[in-house]
Design a protein. Structure first.
Ligand code: ATP
Ligand code: MG
Lengths: 349, 273
């Protein structure tokens, strides 16, 4: 069991020497033992933030990194005691599996017996005991990442930092290793920061998710908060599929070009209404809040994804478990469930 | 591969086989027979072991080449890594300057050593002012050592830079995250990563130093390195058989050293040099 360390970023901005502004000043806290996922599109600054926490990059002057309240901004990575796991595995090719896992312990001059015991424990935990004498080039990608995890955890780091550890693996393996990592993090109670651009991975692993956009934090919240209560349009759009319809609010309804949606809010204004595909029910044209025409339908087995045209500015995506076979050109009505969001129209995304 | 293809292939190989035979096998065979045709017969090969002058010359050459290789590798690793990892104004010009001697024949290198460490050389002038005594070492093994290191550095630096560029930075970051000090990162990550390049360029450096002639010839005729000994036997003493035997020995030792390096590094390395 590793006792967790809390991590705080205080006003950390990052401008690279070439002038690229990778991060606006950002601040957030990660509690001890928590698994936090950085999620966001490519180039939004996830890796940069992770590297600042690791000590591989320093924040612009004024920014601070705290571990358990202690300022470690000036502490170089080799003294920060962080574990790192890379997308490219980064295993030492001149060492075999066992030597890789033992490396951090060797550097720390741990006595041989203690080191051997700890390595054994790590190999068992990652289920790779049988591979201990293998050379790195004799391992599959999944096995390599297990070795990399064992190597990172063996030194009992204060924080475990993982940068897209599963991106290089195929879907099946990714799923399996994700489940294992999840179990491992819970078992160790270690503070972990996990970078990904895969939402499903983020939802499944994160106690909390930090959604990032253009070098800034768009929202911090639990997976449910992020999914059900996105605090801005970027998050709403980035997470899952989101339908949007423009309309005018008045007297408890939103009037749109394609129909009227009941709304339990006050005021009169132009709004944009956002709702998830599973929040729409398909019905007869005359009974729906909105009406439209089926453009295409994808049968997915357990459900059908129907693309409806004419009910909004853009097409609407509907997911239904209805067994009805939807045909192109079919006229349908759509009932919008109560879980919808409205944003004042024209708000910056 | 069927017979027909084999037939076509052997026709294609024929020209290069001919060239190989004409310019390599035949002269080599001739060299071997010449070496055995002197007064001593095949004993010419043994003579170099029993004649102190030859043996000393051989040992001096091997020691010189080995130390040139070690010094060149050390200097090149430091400067190659520095040049690869730092971007500064004038970097390109510096690289161009360092690789300048690539084009110099041994004579020019010898000339430069004399201008630096010879009787009228820069080092001599400086030491005279500072210590009152003129330091002159151009016409000795030390001068030769300096010249060889000077013309070996360009090749090795370029190889090291190419190899350093391909090193995976994540490996160094992983090592540091595990607590490795900068020195440990060099020892455990960078040097192992550069090993194939070090062995390949080291082997070439060693072989070149073993066979180099122009610099030694320019500096002094009494520096006893094997190529000079061969030259002396051949031209002054007209002992052609001995010269041939020494040539074969020189080639053989270098060839063994190259092969040892190659097997040390795994298979494909010599090509990388
Ligand atoms: N060393 C650097 N020099 C200059 N700009 C950089 C450097 N490293 C990153 N950047 C820039 O900073 C921004 C953030 O990069 P970062 O690697 O943090 O993104 P990311 O969110 O990890 O993206 P990805 O999902 O593609 O890995 C990008 O615009 C990138 O081009
Ligand atoms: Mg990244």
């Amino acid at each position: 069991m590793i006792s967790g360390t809390s991590v705080s970023l205080v006003e950390c901005a990052k401008t690279f020497p070439d002038g690229t502004r990778a991060l606006s000043p950002l601040s957030f806290e990660i509690e001890d033992g928590e698994t936090v996922v950085f999620l966001g599109p490519s180039g939004c600054g996830k890796t940069t933030t992770l590297r600042i926490i690791a000590g591989l990059e320093s924040p612009d002057p004024g920014g601070r990194v705290l571990f358990d309240g202690e300022d470690v901004t000036q502490v170089p990575i080799e003294l920060r005691n962080v574990g790192m796991v890379f997308q490219s595995y980064a295993l030492f090719p001149n060492m075999n599996v066992e030597q890789n896992v033992a490396y951090g312990l060797k550097v720390r001059k741990l006595p041989g017996a203690e080191s051997a015991r700890r390595v054994r424990e790590m190999l068992e935990m990652m289920d790779i005991v049988a591979l201990k004498d293998r050379e790195i080039d004799q391992l599959s990608g999944g096995q390599r990442q297990r070795v990399a995890l064992a190597r990172a955890i063996a030194v009992r780091p204060r924080v475990l930092l993982l940068d897209e550890p599963l991106t290089a693996l195929d879907a099946l393996l990714r799923e399996r290793l994700r489940v294992d990592i999840d179990a491992l993090l819970r078992r160790l109670g270690i503070t972990a920061i996990y970078v990904t651009h895969d939402q499903a991975e983020a939802m499944a692993l994160g106690d909390r998710i930090v959604v990032m956009s253009h070098g800034d934090v768009a929202q911090v919240g639990t997976p449910r908060q992020i999914y059900f209560q996105p605090s801005n349009r970027f998050v709403a759009d980035f997470i899952g599929t989101m339908n949007r319809v423009r309309g005018f609010v008045s007297n408890g309804v939103v009037r749109t070009d394609a129909g009227t949606i009941p709304w339990n809010g006050q005021g009169e204004e132009e709004v944009e209404v956002l709702f998830r595909p599973e929040n729409l029910t398909i019905t007869e044209p005359e009974r729906g809040h909105l009406t439209g025409v089926v453009e295409t339908a994808f049968f997915l087995g357990d459900r059908t994804r129907v693309i409806v045209r004419g009910a909004g500015d853009t097409v609407l995506v509907v997911e239904t478990s209805d067994r009805h076979e939807f045909r192109e050109g079919e006229k349908v009505g759509l009932i919008v469930g109560p879980d919808m969001l409205t944003f004042p129209d024209g708000e910056a995304p | 591969m069927n017979n027909r293809e084999l037939h076509h292939l052997s026709i294609l190989v024929l020209p290069s086989l001919t060239v190989f035979a004409a310019f390599f096998l035949l002269p080599m065979a001739r060299l071997v027979t010449v070496a055995g045709s002197g007064d001593m017969g095949a004993y010419a090969y043994v003579a170099f072991l029993t004649t102190p002058r030859y043996l000393e010359s051989l040992i001096a050459t091997v020691v010189l080449s080995a130390s040139v290789t070690v010094a060149t590798l050390a200097i090149s690793v430091v400067s190659g890594l520095f040049l690869e990892r730092n971007r500064f104004a004038g970097r390109k010009i510096l690289i161009a300057l360092i690789t300048f001697p690539l084009a110099f024949p041994g004579v020019v290198v010898g000339f430069m050593v004399i201008m630096l460490a010879g009787r009228q050389g820069l080092i001599g002038d400086i030491t005279k002012v500072l210590a009152g005594d003129k330091l002159v070492f151009a016409y000795s093994m030390a001068g030769l050592f300096m010249g060889y290191v000077y013309f070996s550095i360009p090749r090795v630096v370029l190889t090291i830079m190419a190899a350093a560029e391909k090193l995976n930075p994540a490996l160094e970051e992983a090592a540091r995250s595990l607590g490795a000090s900068p020195w440990l990162v060099v020892k455990d990550v960078i040097l192992p990563g550069l090993k194939p390049a070090l062995i390949a360029s080291g082997a070439i450096c060693f072989a070149t130093a073993m066979g180099a002639f122009g610099t030694a010839f320019t500096l002094a005729t009494d520096i006893d390195v094997l190529p000079m000994t061969i030259y002396t036997e051949f031209t002054l003493n007209a002992n052609i058989a001995m010269a041939a035997a020494l040539s074969i020995v020189l080639g053989l030792i270098t060839w063994v050293a190259l092969n040892a390096a190659r097997s040390l590094a795994g298979s494909t390395v010599a090509a990388a040099g």
